[in-house]
Design a protein around this ligand. Sequence first.
Ligand code: SF4
Length: 222
Amino acid sequence: METLAEKMRGYLADKGIKLTVLYPTESFTYLATKKEFLSREGFPKKGLQWCGGRCRWGTAIKCQSIERYLRSLGEPEITQYVGIAADESIRADRAISNRRSHYPKEYPLIEWGMTEADCLAYCRERGWSWSEWSETAQDFVDLYDILDRVSCWCCRNKNLKELYNVYRFLPDYWQKLENLQQKLTMPYRRDGKTVFDLKERFARQAEQTDLFDVFMGSGNKG
Ligand code: SF4
């Protein structure tokens, strides 16, 4: 099955646009579990732990990689087009106030008044979807049926509904969460709950929840 990235590469090539994918120099797991750094108080620490909430180190690394790449192009004038939707414009405000980039940013979706739901509907109407094979459902699951937002699999910003759906429908990703939790000292949730605590809760919840109900509850099936 063609990946989304491959499909996008072909789509852009037809329009004469080159797709460049930037890769980090250090793996996410290495950064989360082994990277040595100094805390704000100046103490040596190991492992950046979970990414999300107020500690979005993955976002910082992503922005730095983009900045490095743009500088390497040696072009004096470059505009960055950022896909932040109209109903999440606060993220754009934050990006502007951070002023981390030397290159100006434009937010076309905000200009056009396209909300997250508008964008998803637009993509779906044109045959774009984000799906993963689900062992539980024995079918491909559209990630936007079970998640509010498709982000990194280990993002600490996932809410309980999303985490439960990962547990139910994407057991491979759930296993990855358990493996990562095993290596980290920080619990996944800010209330102190680890991935293993959530697993116990979800196992009880799953006994009471019918698979069909979960799909119906997502509002995108049936
Ligand atoms: S999606 Fe979440 S885990 Fe990924 S970089 Fe952003 S904050 Fe970090």
